[in-house]
Design a protein around this ligand. Structure first.
Ligand code: SF4
Length: 294
């Protein structure tokens, strides 16, 4: 088992390295499209600098932002996966190793003592969400979630009778109040559910995991995504808040059914540096990165 654990740790370290040094292709192409659409020269310069920064990170093998984020893992674990009981420990070990070898800025701080652990691990860090699936392999998505983009997260427990209008207002207000803090152009994730925690969890997945340019399979949700994305971009915040046409690279909605008495709306941002990578690990120790990066 020790050999298999070493392979899993090695896979996860490479997943982290890929995410923090090479932007996913869909995000890079969305930034390119934003540059094509932008007319404001100051906004254009910001976008050009982002794209150049990404290319430099790839060439030098260095993180593409100094904020290496909070490590978040979404794991689909086969019910026969041999390392199930060691999974959390191996994930944490991989984060410690990646912090040393990539290297990553340490960002995990004890909120009661104000002490940085120095290795990007601590109580509930990394954050790991596990879904059990049939099979004996492991599918992993790693996201380095930037702190600047996390700070303006919003939860609104809306009046149910206001319906969609409350969602629209929550999103536009969240964007206006966030200003340049989430490092625009960002991706907006909107979650609707019965409970506040559920709405935020759906919003985070929508912001981080859905490919840019994709629409919700429910045609009504897809229509509302298009409509709200246009409204967000009409606010004119622009890249890094200098004004411009593209404030949001995309906007994704995810919803669950609500309780008759509740209408929870979560709004989560991902900054332009949407660093995610996915991969597959097989029970024989072989693995591959499945996401496309520049
Ligand atoms: S919010 Fe994103 S782009 Fe801004 S500093 Fe943090 S990681 Fe970097």
């Amino acid at each position: 088992m020790a050999g298999l654990e070493d392979s899993l740790r090695g896979f996860l370290v490479e997943l982290i390295r890929t995410a923090v040094t090479r932007l996913p292709r869909d995000v890079y192409e969305a930034l390119e499209r934003a540059l094509e659409a932008e007319e404001n020269p100051v906004a254009r310069r910001q976008l050009e600098a982002m794209l150049e920064n990404v290319r430099l990170a790839v060439r030098l093998g260095r993180p593409l932002c100094q904020d290496t984020g909070t490590p978040v893992f979404y794991l689909r674990v086969g019910d026969g996966f041999p390392l199930r009981s060691r999974l959390y420990e191996v994930v944490a070990e991989a984060v410690r190793e990646a912090t040393r070898v990539v290297p990553l800025r340490p960002n995990a701080v004890d909120p009661l003592r104000g002490r940085n652990s120095g290795d990007n691990t601590g109580r509930y860090v990394p954050w790991v969400e596990v879904e059990l699936v049939p099979g004996d392999g492991l599918e992993a998505v790693f996201v380095a979630k930037g702190g600047g983009s996390e700070a303006p997260t919003r939860l609104v427990m809306a009046l149910p009778l206001r319906g969609w209008e409350a969602v629209r207002e929550a999103v536009l207000r969240a964007v206006a109040e966030a200003g340049p803090k989430p490092c625009p152009p960002f991706v907006v994730g909107v979650g609707i559910a019965a409970g506040g925690d559920q709405a935020l969890s759906l919003a985070k997945r929508a912001a981080l995991l859905r490919p840019l340019g994709s629409r919700h399979p429910d045609p009504e949700a897809a229509r509302l995504e298009e409509e709200l994305l246009e409204e967000v971009n009409r606010l004119g915040l622009g890249p890094h808040g200098f004004g411009g046409r593209v404030t949001a690279l995309d906007l994704h909605i995810e919803y669950g059914f609500r309780h008759p008495a509740t209408y929870a709306v979560g709004v989560v941002f991902s900054c332009w540096a949407l660093r995610r990578a996915s991969g597959v690990f097989e029970p024989d120790g072989s693995w591959r990165i499945t996401s496309e990066h520049i």
